[in-house]
Design a protein around this ligand. Structure first.
Ligand code: 5RP
Length: 210
């Protein structure tokens, strides 16, 4: 199981500072959707130039023109690119093909999907690398968590790796970790902590000791 740090609430220099502080404990760094919107792929490129060896995920949440957009994210430094599960099957297939053509990976984000078992089965057959259960900020605000959907998806997929995100905190992480996702995605619980390096290590130790 790997730890992914979602960086959403920073500018590019803030993201660089956060990566510097946490890189001993974090396996994958997410260039979050707010950074994509605020600073574009140029911000991703700046991070890649500063850290040539880290694993970088671009949370571009693609919906269309999938092959082109996957390739752009990869050209600017991404190792893993995200697409929404609600995209057309053709878009998912194009995205998978383009990522694999470059030796990179595709993560499909299940945010907003109601019949998660049906869609997870379809995505599994389309060759996605990761299927991510994701409770977005807007539903976290209503008290929802990703655990129930994660368990359904985990029980459905045959070959695809699983990821889980959405308000995961130090107290909720052990239950989720016990369900063995391949990628545990944590954002605010690390990035907004007064000591992100120490907090990232807490999550990494939980994973390593599970
Ligand atoms: O993709 C996201 C929002 O759309 C976040 O990166 C993801 O939810 C993880 O962050 P947090 O742990 O703060 O919820």
């Amino acid at each position: 199981m790997k730890l992914q740090l979602a960086i959403d609430l920073e500018d590019v220099d803030g993201a660089i500072e956060l990566i510097e502080k946490t890189k001993d404990s974090v396996d994958v760094f997410e260039y979050g959707t707010p950074l994509v919107i605020n600073f574009g792929l140029e911000g991703l490129k700046k991070i890649r130039e500063r850290f040539p060896d880290i694993t970088l995920l671009a949370d571009v949440k693609i919906m269309d023109v999938a092959g082109y957009e996957v390739e752009q994210a990869i050209n600017y430094g991404a190792d893993i690119v995200t697409i929404l599960a609600a995209a057309e099957d053709q878009s998912i297939k194009d995205a998978v093909a383009k990522a694999h053509e470059h030796g990179k990976e595709l993560l499909v984000d299940m945010i907003g999907i109601q019949d998660v078992e049906k869609r997870a089965k379809e995505l599994d057959e389309m060759g996605a690398d990761y299927i991510a259960t994701h409770t977005g900020y807007d539903l976290q605000a209503l008290g929802q968590t990703p655990l129930e959907n994660f368990n359904k998806i985990k029980a459905t997929v045959q070959q695809t790796k699983t990821a889980v995100a959405g308000g995961i905190k130090e107290d909720s992480a052990p239950t989720i970790i016990s369900q063995q996702p391949d990628l545990l995605i944590v954002g605010g619980a690390i990035s907004t902590d007064d000591n992100p390096a120490e907090k990232a290590k807490v999550f990494k130790d939980m994973i390593d000791n599970a």
